[in-house]
Design a protein around this ligand. Structure first.
Ligand SMILES: Cc1cc2nc3c(=O)[nH]c(=O)nc-3n(C[C@H](O)[C@H](O)[C@H](O)COP(=O)(O)O)c2cc1C
Length: 187
């Protein structure tokens, strides 16, 4: 059975680099035979989570349903102030239980090397609150890993980052498949 993986691009910046990572991950997953749902937060006007009426917002309801229906998620996040951006955390606050028991992996775009641990806060929230299985491998790219491509659009220009994206895609599929294996019961 095809695994259904969502890639959530969390940057609200029109020239986002983490979205380039997200697109690359989508290609890798498709090559590996997965079904991919690309969710771009720029396409959703999400309210800030208020623990109340925000849950009734039509975009929130739609996103919660989309996330609940998939097997695993790759979150592509910008690093802001040493953590994933607020939009990524807000999404988790808004969609909460939809994340339960999912496999989750991360791709991060940062300005420099010093925020390498930035995704740990999100990873901890997802593990502790929703028992997500966090892929122990992630992609962390900085500005120097990107450059202009043929059409002038930015693209990944680091072989290592491309390889890490492929490895993350393979790992998320492997873990998702393993989680869904029926374990034979001994008599
Ligand atoms: C408000 C803000 C805070 C940032 N904080 C950090 C930071 O703490 N560490 C870092 O390495 N880069 C930081 N950056 C640089 C971004 O991580 C970088 O521009 C990255 O490409 C953003 O992802 P995006 O292109 O997908 O939006 C910051 C950028 C902004 C706008």
């Amino acid at each position: 059975m095809k695994q259904k993986i969502a890639i959530i691009s969390c940057s609200l910046n029109k020239t986002s680099r983490s979205r380039i990572l997200a697109r690359q991950a989508a290609e890798s997953l498709l090559d590996l035979g997965a079904e991919v749902e690309f969710i771009d937060l720029q396409k959703y006007e999400l309210p800030l989570c208020d623990g109340g009426p925000a849950y009734g917002n039509s975009h929130v309801i739609k996103l919660t349903k989309r996330i609940a229906e998939i097997d695993a998620v790759l979150m592509a996040v910008p690093v802001y102030n040493f953590y994933a951006n607020a939009a990524a955390k807000n999404l988790i606050e808004l969609t909460g239980k939809a994340w339960e028991d999912k496999v989750v992996g991360f791709l991060a775009a940062a300005g420099g090397q010093s925020s390498y641990m930035a995704i740990m806060s999100l990873a901890n929230q997802l593990m502790l609150d929703f028992r997500c299985l966090v892929v122990p491998r992630f992609v962390y790219a900085t500005g120097s890993d990107f450059g202009p491509g043929k059409g002038g659009m930015e693209e990944i220009q680091s072989t290592e980052i491309n390889q890490r994206v492929d490895e993350l895609a393979a790992a998320v599929l492997k873990l998702t498949e393993a989680l869904h294996l029926e374990i034979p019961q001994s008599e």
